[in-house]
Design a protein around this ligand. Structure first.
Ligand SMILES: Cc1cc2nc3c(=O)[nH]c(=O)nc-3n(C[C@H](O)[C@H](O)[C@H](O)COP(=O)(O)OP(=O)(O)OC[C@H]3O[C@@H](n4cnc5c(N)ncnc54)[C@H](O)[C@@H]3O)c2cc1C
Length: 264
């Protein structure tokens, strides 16, 4: 079986700032990490590899040269191959153009049986890329998956898809795409052997042209999304704070205040 895991390098969210003049994310000097949901997707791929000997896991990212760091991290954890799609032609791509570019990169790897994604990226947060890539590839996609089992004949995936207060058991024919949620697993750390393999790895970036992508479908010109404004919501001000009250007294005071304001 061949599994491709799509990994995005994102800024560490605890440090994200917005430039108030340009309304863009300030990325300079901000630590970059593997998108946390993608760690779960990678872990799912590695567990499937352990359960199905002979399976190969390819880690794929689209990003600037430094995105190679997360591919090395993936190799340290057990991925077999990597693909870094790095090309100015994809700059300015929205989720539609990004999905197209990634779908071409996936296709350039042959016909993978499974394409895994995180549920969403913690910076863009749209959760559109996984289903978008599946659509470009013409394969089914199951979103928000916490468990995946592949049939012994390698023809179907049986997955648990999480919803707000339940889960569905869904069967999908391979090849298919899955987006993975946090509760799927606990991602492993890189092994010492893996870290040594990653250190030796020289990652040659791949261009969009090498994946067979149509340049007319890449970049800003092929992106129908227009960002009108990005802003941080203003911090809440005012409000009352009661301190030093017993819980019962605080509850009574709160109820009285809510009644006073005709809210209950
Ligand atoms: C007009 C416009 C211009 C933009 N220009 C740029 C730009 O120049 N440079 C830029 O970096 N971003 C740019 N973006 C943002 C970019 O479109 C999104 O970051 C990207 O489409 C992913 O969307 P998302 O972050 O919401 O990911 P989601 O859809 O939330 O991600 C879901 C999953 O898809 C996979 N995934 C997502 N992105 C990647 C990736 N790059 N590589 C591998 N796997 C991935 C991961 O598994 C991830 O967990 C632009 C957006 C717009 C609207």
């Amino acid at each position: 079986m061949h599994i491709v895991v799509c990994l995005k390098q994102v800024p560490n969210t605890t440090q994200v700032k917005i430039n108030p003049e340009t309304n863009t994310l300030v990325r300079d000097g901000v630590e970059s990490i593997m998108n946390p949901f993608d760690e779960n997707a990678l872990e799912m791929a590695l567990q499937l590899k352990e359960a199905h000997p002979g399976t190969r896991v390819t880690a794929l990212t689209m990003g600037p040269p430094q995105a190679a760091d997360i591919l090395k991290e993936a190799v340290g954890r057990g991925a077999d191959d990597v693909l870094l799609l790095c090309d100015r032609a994809v700059a300015g791509s929205d989720t539609l153009a990004t999905s197209y570019a990634i779908s071409c990169a996936v296709r350039s790897l042959g016909s993978p049986d499974l394409v895994l994604f995180g549920k969403q990226a913690i910076d863009g947060d749209t959760a559109q890329v996984g289903p978008g890539v599946a659509d470009w590839l013409g394969i089914p996609c199951v979103a928000c998956v916490r468990k995946c089992e592949i049939a012994a004949d390698g023809k179907t995936a049986t997955v648990e898809r999480v919803s707000e207060d339940a889960y569905d058991v869904v069967e999908a024919p391979l090849p298919c795409a899955l987006t993975v949620v946090k509760e799927a697993n606990v991602p492993r750390m890189a092994s010492l052997r893996g870290k040594m393999a990653a250190r030796k790895l020289a990652i040659e970036p791949t261009t969009a042209a090498a994946t067979g992508a149509d340049p007319a479908l890449l970049g800003l010109a092929a992106s129908p999304t227009h960002v009108v404004r990005i802003f941080s919501p203003p911090a809440k001000t005012g409000g009352a704070k009661w301190e030093g009250l017993e819980p019962a007294e605080a509850a009574q005071k709160l109820v009285a205040e809510l009644k006073n304001r005709k809210l209950v």
